[in-house]
Write a protein that binds this ligand. Structure first.
Ligand code: BGP
Length: 482
């Protein structure tokens, strides 16, 4: 079907430093939280170790070696036609333990090279300041975002990179998928409250008090950083980033409809209401009361939050779930949090329900609520890929499932644009295979570019263009015609 995307629409891909850079201890970088995570699988949660055991394999340590191969990778992105590349800065490359008075120049210089390379290819970087990581020293010292001290430390880091790169990077996001901090399973990744914890990630249990207090600290930090950027560099665009997990009431029983509304408020609206509108939403107080949350709010916090309203709304979208009050619904896998199964949808091998119409619904719901420009900054499909050889020995990856997923989601965005939604960009998650955040696997591949790296640590890191590489190139070339 033909869809019309606006002129100048941003097409690109999204990655996170810890999942692709590797070089975990190179050029002065300090250990980051994810450096303490071992690999897992769809059935086995990632294990966290306090000490790094040299005899075990930590997949994030080497990632896909983007640190040394970024020129080749960005050239491949340009070949697909990207005009935007979403990436994150590793905090521990800039402040190795998070508390240094001066930043690490070698770390800063690396991102200068990456941004220069993007610009040379006509690619606009979109930079996430915090994507599921922080210097591990801040976990040991402060238990991550549980502590207020993180606010100033984050501010120092953010100001450092804003001052350094404001001429090279115009688009910024403060926290990746901040709303996952509202659930214990997601807060583990989002807020790094794992001091002293060793064992399977699924065993980490955080109380609502911890989760909501940590979120409060992040809101204040985000607000201060947004205000700093707006005052100092008014040309910059500052955005939020939510993991939008659309949920449907499983039946038309009003009890289910209400339960779904509560779930949508908790998971999808709470954080963006704060970051877009600059204040806690009306429904927050009852929720806190019923979950035993007593928020510690210091003088000035609410002003910081009010001053930190974002310029554009961004979100990841992978799937939808269902909510019911009727006993135990069948549960399916998901992005950091699981949810109820929907009999009308198919799932990926990792149990994520594929729902392109849900993307159109989400875009309309979000735009109706906020009326600011939006970007889909993650969307993608983790799948098992096979490398085959042509008659002449050329390696190929035929991935029609990924092309199908991509086309259907692009078509859904086209419909939403036609509905009147102000959508300005789309960055596919994992345009190049990288380490899965949830499971630590390489075999859960998202890329249009295959990377020869495997879960036992073997592989020569060579890159192969998959069939989807050409499909996305075609979509970009035609500005959204699938
Ligand atoms: C999002 C994260 C990404 C990414 C993606 C896919 O929640 O922001 O970092 O990893 O999900 O998830 P996974 O890697 O677990 O398949």
């Amino acid at each position: 079907m033909a869809v019309t995307f606006p002129e100048g629409f941003f097409w690109g891909g999204a990655t996170a430093a810890n999942q692709l850079e590797g070089a975990w201890d190179v050029d002065g970088r300090g250990p980051s939280v994810d450096d303490h995570f071992l690999g897992g699988s769809v059935d086995t949660p990632r294990e966290i170790t306090i000490e790094i055991d040299p005899d075990r394999f930590y997949p994030n340590h080497d990632g896909i070696d983007f640190y040394h191969r970024y020129e080749e990778d960005i050239a491949l992105f340009a070949e697909m036609g990207f005009n935007m590349y979403r990436m994150s800065i590793a905090w521990s490359r800039i402040f190795p333990t998070g508390t240094e008075a001066e930043p690490n120049e070698a770390g800063l210089a690396f991102y200068d090279r990456v941004f220069d390379c993007c610009r040379a290819h006509g690619i606009e970087p979109l930079v996430t300041l915090s994507h599921y990581e922080m210097p591990y020293a801040l976990v040991e010292r402060y238990n991550g975002w549980e502590s207020r001290e993180l606010i100033e430390l984050f501010e120092r880091y953010a100001r450092t990179v804003l001052d350094r790169y404001h001429e090279k990077v115009r688009w910024w996001l403060t926290f990746n998928e901040i709303n996952l901090g509202a659930s214990s399973a997601g807060a583990l990744f989002e807020t790094s409250m794992i001091r002293g914890f060793e064992g399977p990630a699924s065993a980490v249990e955080l109380t609502p008090q911890q989760c909501y207090q940590a979120l409060h600290h992040q809101f204040v930090a985000s607000g201060r950083v947004v205000r700093y950027a707006h005052e100092r560099y008014p040309e910059l665009k500052m955005g939020n980033m939510d993991c939008f997990i659309l949920t449907y009431a499983a039946t038309c029983d009003p009890a289910d409809v209400w339960a779904n509304q509560v779930e949508m408020d908790r998971m999808n609206w709470y954080c963006s209401d704060v970051q877009v509108r600059g204040a806690y939403p009306y429904y927050a107080r009852r929720y806190w009361r019923e979950h035993g949350v007593e928020l510690q709010v210091e003088p000035g916090d609410l002003e910081d939050i009010a001053a930190g309203k974002v310029d554009f709304y961004t979100f990841s979208y992978y799937m939808s779930n269902t909510v019911t009050t009727h006993g135990d619904a069948e549960v399916t896998g998901g992005n950091m949090v699981s949810g109820g199964k929907n009999p009308y949808l198919e799932s990926t091998d990792w149990g994520w329900q594929v729902d392109p119409t849900g993307l159109r619904i989400a875009l309309n719901q979000i735009y109706a609520r906020y009326q600011i420009p939006m970007m889909v900054v993650e969307n993608g499909m983790g799948a098992l890929d096979e490398v085959e050889k042509d008659a002449d020995g050329t390696p190929r990856v035929h991935d029609p499932y990924r092309i199908d997923y991509l086309r259907k989601h692009v078509a859904a965005m086209g419909e939403a644009i036609d509905d009147g939604v102000d959508l300005i960009g789309y960055t596919w998650w994992g345009p190049i295979d990288l380490v899965s955040a949830g499971t630590g696997e390489m075999r859960k591949r998202y890329g249009f570019i295959y990377v020869d790296k495997h879960d036992d640590g073997t592989g020569d890191y060579s890159r192969i263009r998959k069939d989807s590489f050409y499909a996305y190139q075609q979509i970009i070339r035609s500005n959204g015609v699938c």
